[in-house]
Design a protein around this ligand. Sequence first.
Ligand SMILES: [Zn+2]
Length: 157
Amino acid sequence: MSYRVSGIPDTLASTVRETLRSPQYGHPAHAEVAGGSGPCRLCLRTFEIGSEERLLFTYQPFSDPAALPAPGPVFIHRVPCARYDALEFPETLRPLPLVVQGYGEAGALLVQELVADRKVEAVLDEVFEFPATRYAHLRNAEVGCFIARVDRGAPSD
Ligand SMILES: [Zn+2]
């Protein structure tokens, strides 16, 4: 099975950089030198602690209007970076504590699997084995923050 992993929308990230506000909520964004590894939710690379600048803002990851919104804090690079959107799992995320959440119609949570010391592809296989799973979210298993979205990959994508 193949998967498509993608960062947050480009337009949303550029709006945060231009306005220093959360595009979805209007709350001020916070700029700082990275004190943690992140990752950046656009390029999905981890931050260089103590040198790279990042912006913290409130993000709501569900695009389905029928889903219950789940706003939470996320970071992006302060300077422009390239959005991750690929049919392979980003190596930069593998060292992080991850949980995979599979969602169905109307944002219903169908399955939640800790990756722990397993291969993330094996966990994605389990989550997408459910025919009702439409997409999945990767979250940090320790602090719960949204990291990235995963869809079933299609060669024609
Ligand atoms: Zn970035």
